[in-house]
Write a protein that binds this ligand. Structure first.
Ligand code: C2O
Ligand code: CU
Length: 466
C-alpha cells in the first residue's frame, strides 16, 4: 500500500503524569524495565451530558487535577511494560479491569478473586505488558451497574509500531446514560428489563457528547476505533456518506478487511474501521446505529481541505496478534449453557447487588462478588487446548466476555462470517457456537455476560487455569 502521511505523535495525550514511585522489585523485574506509572484517579465530577442539566458523574482523570470529561484514552505499546496507579477518590470501593488485555491474573481487577477492593482514599498499582495491539477498554469490576453507568468506561489503544499510518485517527467511546429531569440519574435498571434484554439509557453519546462532529482530511483514510462501553445497548453500526472497511474486531485484525455494511456490536465489543472520507470539502460521513426501526446518528466526520485522493483499496490487513492456536485433535470439550433461572434473592456484596437473580451459566446462578466464590466452571490445565460449546438457551442476545484469554470462533448455527479471535462473543438468541482456546494464562478468569444487569443477576462464572 502507499505509504501514509506523517505519523501522528505517538502517546500523544498520554504523557506519563504523576510522580515516579518505586515498583515492587519483583513486578519491575517481571515487566522488564520499570515504566513510570500513569496516575488514574477515579473521581466524582459534574458534567453536561443532557441539554437540560448537570449530571453528577464518575470519571477517571490522569494525575491529581480534577477532571470532568470523558475518561482519557490510555495509550500503551504492544510488548512494552505499562504501569498505572489507580487512586480511588470515589465514595465506594472500586478496581480497574483491562478488558481484552491478556495480562497476568493479579492485574485483572476482579475484587475477591484477583485483588483486594480499593477503598476510598486507597490506591492500587497495576503493571503489565500488553501482548496484543488493538482497541481495548477499561472499567471497574465493582458495583459496575452504577460505576460504569455513571461514567467509568474508557478506551485503551495499544499501539503497534508496525501498524500502517493513516491520515487521521478517531476514538469513539459509545455509551448511554439513564438520566431524567435536569440531567439527574434515574433508577439504573428495571427488574422486568433485567430479566429480558436489559434496561436502556435515555441519553445516547459518543465521547460523552450527543452526535459529536469531527473534522477529517477530505479524501483521506481515517482509522476509527469504536468501543461499545454501554452497560446494555447492542449497536448495529453502519456508515453513510462514505465507504469504510472493517480492519479489526475486538482488537484483533481481520484477515481480509471487508466493506462495512451493517455490523452488530454488543457491550464490551470494539470495531476498527478505516473510512475513506468524501473528497469534497464540507461533505459528511455519518456513523449511525441502524438497530431497530429508527436509525440515529452516533457521530459524524466532516471533510476538510483539498482531497488527499486516497484509495480504500490500499488498505492492507493489520499485523496479526500472537494468539495461540488450539490443538483441536486433543482439545477437551466443555459445555457452557446460558439460561434463565428461577428468580430468587441475591447475596449482598461489597460491590453491590441488584437484589435479584434471573440468569445462570450451566444452571448455576452466580451469587454475587462473594468472598467465598462458587466452584469454577472447570479447571483447565496450563497449555492445554479447549473447545467451549456455548449454547444460548434464551431468546435474548448475550455478549459473553472471557477475561485474560482470547478465543477463536470455530462454528455457529447463526453466522456465516467467523470473526478473528476475540475476548467477547455476542451470542445471538438461540445461537450455539463452538469456540477454541489455549489455556495459556494461569489463574482464575471470570466469564460473564457484558449486559451488566445479566452479569450482576447470575450470568457469571469463572475458569481456573492451573
Ligand atoms: Cu469488561 Cu468482566 O469485564
Ligand atoms: Cu446477557
Amino acid at each position: 500500500m502507499t505509504p501514509m502521511l506523517s505519523r501522528r505523535t505517538f502517546l500523544q495525550g498520554s504523557a506519563f503524569l504523576g510522580g515516579a514511585f518505586a515498583l515492587g522489585a519483583g513486578l519491575a523485574a517481571r515487566a522488564g524495565a520499570a515504566p513510570e506509572a500513569q496516575v488514574l484517579t477515579a473521581q466524582l465530577a459534574q458534567a453536561r451530558i443532557a441539554a437540560d442539566g448537570i449530571t453528577p458523574v464518575m470519571t477517571y482523570g490522569l494525575g491529581d487535577a480534577p477532571h470532568a470529561g470523558v475518561p482519557p484514552v490510555l495509550r500503551m505499546r504492544k510488548g512494552e511494560a505499562y504501569a498505572a496507579r489507580l487512586v480511588n477518590r470515589l465514595d465506594e470501593p472500586t478496581t480497574v479491569h483491562w478488558h481484552g488485555l491478556r495480562i497476568g491474573n493479579a492485574m485483572d481487577g476482579v475484587p475477591e478473586m484477583t485483588q483486594p477492593y480499593v477503598y476510598p482514599g486507597d490506591h492500587f498499582d497495576y503493571v503489565f505488558t500488553p501482548p496484543d495491539a488493538g482497541t481495548f477498554w477499561y472499567h471497574p469490576h465493582c458495583n459496575t451497574l452504577t460505576q460504569m453507568g455513571h461514567g467509568l468506561t474508557g478506551v485503551i489503544v495499544v499501539e503497534n509500531p508496525a501498524d500502517p499510518i493513516f491520515d487521521a485517527e478517531f476514538v469513539l467511546n459509545l455509551r448511554d446514560w439513564r438520566l431524567g429531569a435536569e440531567g439527574k440519574f434515574i433508577d439504573p435498571f428495571k427488574p422486568r428489563d433485567a430479566a429480558r434484554g436489559g434496561t436502556y439509557g435515555t441519553v445516547r453519546t459518543a465521547n460523552w457528547q450527543q452526535e459529536p462532529g469531527y473534522d477529517a482530511p477530505a479524501g483521506g483514510l481515517v482509522r476509527v476505533r469504536i468501543a461499545a462501553t454501554d452497560v446494555t445497548r447492542i449497536y448495529t453500526i453502519g456508515v453513510e456518506g462514505a465507504e469504510a472497511k472493517v480492519v479489526a474486531l475486538d482488537g484483533n485484525p481481520v484477515d481480509h478487511p471487508f466493506l462495512l455494511d451493517r455490523l452488530d456490536i454488543g457491550p464490551g465489543q470494539r470495531v476498527d474501521l478505516v473510512m475513506r472520507m468524501p473528497g469534497s470539502e464540507g461533505a459528511r460521513a455519518t456513523l449511525g446505529n441502524f438497530r431497530g426501526s429508527k436509525p440515529w446518528t452516533i457521530a459524524s466526520l466532516r471533510a476538510t481541505g483539498p482531497s488527499l485522493k486516497r484509495d480504500l483499496g490500499d488498505v492492507a490487513p493489520l499485523p496479526a496478534n500472537p494468539i495461540a492456536r488450539a490443538d483441536l485433535s486433543t482439545a477437551q470439550r466443555i459445555p457452557l449453557e446460558l439460561t434463565a433461572t428461577a428468580e430468587h434473592k441475591a447475596v449482598p456484596s461489597v460491590c453491590g447487588s441488584l437484589g435479584y437473580t434471573f440468569w445462570a451459566l450451566n444452571k448455576v446462578p452466580w451469587p454475587g462478588d462473594t468472598p467465598d466464590p462458587i466452584a469454577p466452571i472447570e479447571e483447565l490445565k496450563l497449555g492445554k487446548s479447549y473447545v467451549l460449546e456455548i449454547a444460548n438457551r434464551t431468546p435474548h442476545a448475550h455478549p459473553i466476555h472471557l477475561h485474560g484469554l482470547s478465543f477463536r470462533i470455530l462454528s455457529s448455527n447463526k453466522r456465516s462470517f467467523l470473526p478473528p479471535p476475540t475476548d467477547t462473543i455476542l451470542l445471538l438468541p438461540d445461537e450455539q457456537a463452538e469456540v477454541a482456546l489455549v489455556a495459556d494464562n494461569l489463574g482464575d478468569w471470570v466469564i460473564h455476560c457484558h449486559i451488566i444487569e445479566h452479569q450482576k443477576t447470575g450470568m457469571t462464572g469463572y475458569f481456573r487455569i492451573i
